[in-house]
Design a protein around this ligand. Structure first.
Ligand SMILES: [Zn+2]
Length: 249
């Protein structure tokens, strides 16, 4: 096992336990994967994400067959594959059921994004909703591809959320921000609800493009990928927001 793969295994396990500790999964919910050449390193099915150990992880080939590890694959693997096939910059995929974001997924209620400035810079101006489909639905890959053209986090209707990134750190922070936004939107309902940001402000904030997925562990050719309107550097959020507000005055 290469040093890189060992690091990836540790990061996957740490992130898996973080999902469970954060209350974003219950029972055997959720799954995590990372690109390992043409294969995927994944959590196995039927385990609590709070218990996952490095030796429990499986490696799955492009046909979905387990080629390393003694445990079984999970049915939502097709969601992950669709994400990797859609965007070569993606190094990891996380699927979970964080309660507040999932409340918007299962109720059909609109999250109301964008209603705060910083998340526009970090997540982009749109958080797509993917219609409810079974993992094997032939329309699913195209729906995931279209969603990931616009954003790095997706709301899966009737189900949960999907977050992608170049690394586990990046993907889990994106998922965390979506869940935080959902909590704020729910809290604001008792005060009359969120107000949409002015379109001109959203346009200014989104003009630079959301941060690229930084491929920590993906093959070197992925570094050449440039997502539509993606910037190459992580923007300084506070100065971007301050500049945008200044221009609107
Ligand atoms: Zn699920």
């Amino acid at each position: 096992m290469s040093v890189c793969e060992e690091t990836l295994r540790q990061e996957l396990v740490t992130t898996s336990r973080r999902l469970w500790k954060s209350g974003w999964v219950a029972n055997h919910d959720g799954n995590l994967s990372a690109r390992l050449g043409d294969n995927l390193l994944c959590t196995p099915t039927a385990v609590s994400k709070g218990d996952v150990r490095p030796e429990w992880l499986i490696v799955v080939d492009p046909d979905g067959d387990v080629i390393q590890g003694t445990r079984r694959s999970f049915s939502e693997l097709k969601l992950h594959r669709a994400a990797y096939n859609a965007r070569p910059d993606i190094g990891v995929v996380i699927h979970a059921h964080p309660p507040s974001a999932t409340a918007f997924a299962v109720s059909g209620a609109d999250l109301g994004h964008p209603f705060m400035a910083e998340p526009v810079v970090t997540l982009g101006p749109v958080i797509p909703r993917i219609p409810l489909m079974l993992p094997g639905d032939p329309d699913l890959p195209m729906a995931i591809e279209r969603g990931l053209e616009q954003a790095d986090v997706l709301i899966l209707e009737g189900h949960g959320v999907l977050a992608v990134g170049g690394s586990f750190e990046q993907a889990v922070l994106r998922l965390e921000l979506l869940e935080h936004l959902a909590k704020i939107a729910l809290a604001a309902r008792t005060l009359g609800g969120t107000k949409p940001l002015p379109e001109a402000l959203v346009g200014t904030l989104a003009a630079k493009g959301r941060p690229r997925s930084m491929p920590d562990h993906t093959p070197s050719d992925a570094a050449a990928y440039s997502a539509p309107s993606a910037s190459t550097e992580r923007p300084d959020l506070s100065s971007l927001v301050a500049d945008a507000l200044q221009r609107l005055r």
